[in-house]
Every structure is written in C-alpha cells, then in structure tokens.
Design a binder for this molecule. Structure first.
Ligand SMILES: *[C@@H]1O[C@H](CO)[C@@H](O)[C@H](O)[C@H]1NC(C)=O
Ligand SMILES: *[C@@H]1O[C@H](CO)[C@@H](O)[C@H](O)[C@H]1NC(C)=O
Ligand SMILES: *[C@@H]1O[C@H](CO)[C@@H](O)[C@H](O)[C@H]1NC(C)=O
Ligand SMILES: *[C@@H]1O[C@H](CO)[C@@H](O)[C@H](O)[C@H]1NC(C)=O
Ligand SMILES: *[C@@H]1O[C@H](CO)[C@@H](O)[C@H](O)[C@H]1NC(C)=O
Ligand SMILES: *[C@@H]1O[C@H](CO)[C@@H](O)[C@H](O)[C@H]1NC(C)=O
Length: 424
C-alpha cells in the first residue's frame, strides 16, 4: 500500500534498466559469483529495486571502481520497487551518525542517552539494509533542497516527537546559526531553516483524535476519555502543510478498555462507552482518515503514516529469561521475523484496512519490523523522569525505571527518517 507515483517520463532509460536488471538477475540465479563485477559488488543486492541510470562514464566506473552504493546518487530509490520492511541490521563501526546529543542543541533530555550517561556506543553503528535494495543515505543538503519553500509537519505522540527531533538534527548542522531558529511549545513546535524557507514542525496529538488528555496529560489511563469522532480542534492546525507525517499507537495500549465518546450531548463526558482497544482505534483512525480524505488535496499535500513503534517490555519475547525489559541489551535481535508482544498485530491490521480504503494516497513508513530487532537502542535508564535525570537509585531499579518505549538519539528514528527522506 505504498503511494503511487506518476510515471517517470524517462521511458527508454527505464526499459534499458529493466532489461539490464533482468539479465543481471537471471545471471545471479545461475552463477554463484559474478567475478567480473565483484569489485563493484553492484549485484550483491537486487539492482532493479533502484533504477540504474546509465551513461558511458558510469559504464566504466561499473567495473573499475568499488562503489559506495548508498552514497551513489545514480541509484534512484524507487519506493514502489524497494521493499524496505524486510532486511537486516548490519554493524559497521565506520558509520557515524550525522549528529550527536552534544552537537545538536534541539534534543530533549528524554532521548539524549549519551549526555545521560550511556557509555556503550555500538547501538549507534548499525545500518538498516533491506533485503532487495539499498536505502539511500540521508543527505541533509538534498533533504533541505527538496523541502525548499515547504512545510513538513510531524503529528502524533512522543515517538513522533523523537522522529521530528531526529529530522531536525539530521539537517540542522549544515545551516549557519543565524539562519535557523527553533520555537518550542507545549503542543506545537517549529524549526525554521530561513534560507530554504522551510519549516520542520511538530504537533502534539497523541491519539490524533481529541481526548481529555491531550494538552494536560492525565496520568491515570482509567480517567482518559477519547472523543473518537472529533479531530477538528487539532486538524485545523494541519491545513496548508505540504508534507504531513502522522503516527498514533502507544497511547491506545494501556491494556484497559478505552472510554470512548462520540457525538456531543449535554451530559458531556459521562456518555462514554468502554470499547476494546482495537475497536476504539479503528473508529479514531477512521475519523482521521475521513478528515484527510475530505480536506487534503493530494496534488499539493503528501501524507505519510509511521506505523507502530515497538515497545520492549518483556525480555522473554527475545529469549532473555533473566533480563529486565530492554535494560542492559547491547545488540539487536538476530532472529529474522522476530515479532514481540509489544507490537499488536490487530492494531496493525486496523491501520492496513483503514489506510487501504482511503481516497488520498497515504505512504506508510513501515518501521515496525525493523525497529522490533532493536532492543539495544531504547533510552532504558539513560533518561529522565518528570524533567529530572534518573537518580542512581532509580537507575539501579530498571524494572520500574528503564524506558523501553522511547529511543536514544541519534538512533533508530534516524532510520525512520532515512525512509521518509527516500520518499521525498
Ligand atoms: C562501512 O561503511 C563505510 C563507510 O560508509 C564503507 O566504506 C564500508 O565499505 C562499510 N563496510 C562494510 C563492511 O560494509
Ligand atoms: C560504563 O558505565 C557503567 C555503569 O553505567 C560502568 O560500570 C562502566 O565501567 C562504564 N564503562 C566505561 C568504559 O566507562
Ligand atoms: C515561503 O514558503 C511559504 C509556504 O510555506 C510561501 O507561502 C512563501 O511565499 C514562501 N516565501 C518565499 C520568499 O519563497
Ligand atoms: C489533481 O490534479 C489532477 C490532474 O492535474 C486533476 O485532474 C485533479 O482534479 C486535481 N485534484 C484536485 C483535488 O485538485
Ligand atoms: C549487563 O550485562 C553484562 C553482560 O553483557 C553483565 O556482565 C552485567 O552484569 C550486566 N549488568 C547488570 C547490572 O545486570
Ligand atoms: C508493516 O510490515 C509488517 C511486516 O513486517 C506487516 O505485517 C504489516 O502488515 C505492515 N503494515 C502495514 C500497515 O502495511
């Protein structure tokens, strides 16, 4: 259910590329090693997923010089052909994140793991490698050029806020100080890149729909009431944005039935019905979908939806019986297809079925499987509680204090943005 994109117009080249790729792929089927190409290792991955734009000079380079595939912009990433969902994490110490929690001034303490005392660093050197293709490296210059004159807005919960901060940090280092600004608000925050006339914004709406726990969070989930058919109060702030990136998941997962309210009557919040999580989620998401379909002009606005970010609260899920949640985990899960109890398949099915029936094309950034592997990359005890860094005593009690929901930055959300970048 990826979005459709218009035809490319470079038909002759595409045909050449397809023939070229088909032949190469067939060759791969019958040959163990393509030694004549091994120096370039172009065919290690199914090359057809990224279209190859050929020229004479390219031809020469093809055989003579090893390629840094990911950095090579002759490979145009084609989201229709590249399935980024399935793949593996590859460790490479020479991969350095584009920023750190010391160089980027915009990171919240919640995600600044190194500043908060995390001293193992391997988790920052893993690269997501889809099975069939290569994800282009995040390039801040190209990203900003693509966003020139545009507004990009992330809408959702604290995980989405992490993705927003990651995006800002990925691009901000190439912008001189006086050409950028950041305004943080409780609900709405804006990063401006003035030279580019670009804003990268975040709007807090943890359920997307309205609830009594949006601006002033209600700690006790039993007291939260969701207005599953109301969205206008939030959505009026999304109008006119060029690129919208939504998410919503973890706030629905309290484990309790959700107090859901619809219509507007004099008995106010008392008229709720307690609904099963996935039922309430379906109605809420449908409300969002109806808003998108009735309000968004797909010719001028692109819509993305980031799928659920897995939580890692049960170390039995990955076979660590003596573990405490994600605490002290330092390497990703290797077991292909691993799917833990923190990612609810029913909720995923709701997303598939609601998004699948929308009129406006929505591009899914399906991060769930790739993030499932990354038990090593959560904030864990290197985080804060109500604005204060965890004390040593709290750090010694990971069962209660380790955060296995949010992610360290730099970290996994950078990969989510790499996927978003590839679609821009
Ligand atoms: C590791 O990353 C560097 C820099 O991107 C690259 O040159 C090198 O080939 C990579 N090594 C492996 C084993 O992939
Ligand atoms: C990293 O921190 C842990 C405690 O959090 C400590 O025991 C360990 O010695 C530190 N390692 C390094 C290399 O500083
Ligand atoms: C900047 O972008 C906004 C839309 O985000 C547009 O309305 C405005 O005209 C642009 N200004 C310049 C100087 O390009
Ligand atoms: C979008 O563009 C297409 C083709 O240019 C046009 O037919 C269609 O009416 C436009 N849709 C909207 C909602 O403006
Ligand atoms: C963390 O794991 C290491 C082995 O990976 C172990 O030696 C150490 O005792 C563990 N720390 C705690 C506090 O459990
Ligand atoms: C996301 O990918 C998973 C496979 O990892 C798949 O089961 C799920 O249906 C996908 N989600 C959507 C909404 O398409």
């Amino acid at each position: 259910m990826e979005t459709m994109k218009g035809p490319r117009g470079k038909i002759p080249l595409s045909i050449i590329a397809i023939i070229f790729c088909t032949l190469a792929f067939m060759a791969l089927l019958y040959t163990e090693r393509l030694s004549f190409l091994s120096s370039s290792s172009i065919f290690k991955f199914r090359p057809c997923a990224t279209r190859y734009k050929m020229s004479k000079t390219d031809n020469k380079r093809l055989v003579s010089k090893p390629l840094d595939y990911a950095a090579d912009d002759r490979f145009e990433f084609d989201p229709e052909e590249c399935d980024i969902v399935h793949g593996k994490w590859v460790f490479n110490r020479s991969i350095k994140p584009l920023y750190s929690d010391r160089t980027c001034p915009y990171l919240d303490r919640q995600v600044s793991c190194v500043k908060n005392g995390r001293n193992d660093s391997d988790y920052r050197h893993w690269q997501w490698r889809p099975d069939g293709c290569m994800l282009p490296r995040f390039n801040p210059e190209i990203a900003l050029k693509k966003l020139q004159g545009k507004r990009l807005m992330f809408v959702g919960d604290s995980l989405q806020r992490g993705q927003w901060q990651s995006f800002v940090c990925l691009v901000e280092s190439i912008i001189p100080k006086k050409h950028k600004s950041m305004k943080r608000g409780r609900v709405y925050s804006v990063f401006k890149a003035k030279e580019y006339n670009t804003t990268i914004e975040f709007y807090w709406a943890p359920f997307l729909i309205e609830s009594n726990s949006d601006e002033h969070i209600i700690g006790d989930p039993k007291k939260r009431i969701l207005k599953v058919d109301s969205i206008a109060k939030h959505a009026k702030h999304w109008v006119g944005v060029d690129i919208l990136v939504f998410n919503t998941y973890v706030w629905w997962m309290s484990g309790l039935k959700l107090k859901s309210l619809w219509g507007s009557f004099a008995n106010g919040e008392e008229g709720f019905e307690e609904l099963d999580t996935s039922v309430s989620y379906r109605i809420g998401l449908k409300t969002w979908a109806n808003w998108v379909d009735s309000t968004i002009n797909p010719n001028s606005t692109r819509v993305f939806f980031t799928t659920m970010s897995p939580t890692h609260q049960r170390s039995e899920d990955w076979g660590n019986k003596d573990g405490i949640k994600c605490f002290n985990e330092t390497i990703p899960i290797r077991n292909k297809w691993h799917w833990g109890s923190g990612s609810d398949k029913r909720m995923m099915n709701v997303v598939s079925s609601v998004v699948g029936r929308m009129k406006v094309p929505v591009t899914l950034i399906n991060i769930t499987q790739l993030s499932e592997y990354r038990i090593d990359a959560h904030s864990s005890i290197y985080t804060e509680l109500q604005g204060e860094l965890l004390t040593d005593e709290q750090k010694a009690d990971p069962l209660h204090y380790a955060d296995c929901i949010h992610w360290c930055l730099p970290g996994v959300p950078d990969t989510w943005n790499q996927i978003l970048f590839a679609h821009l």
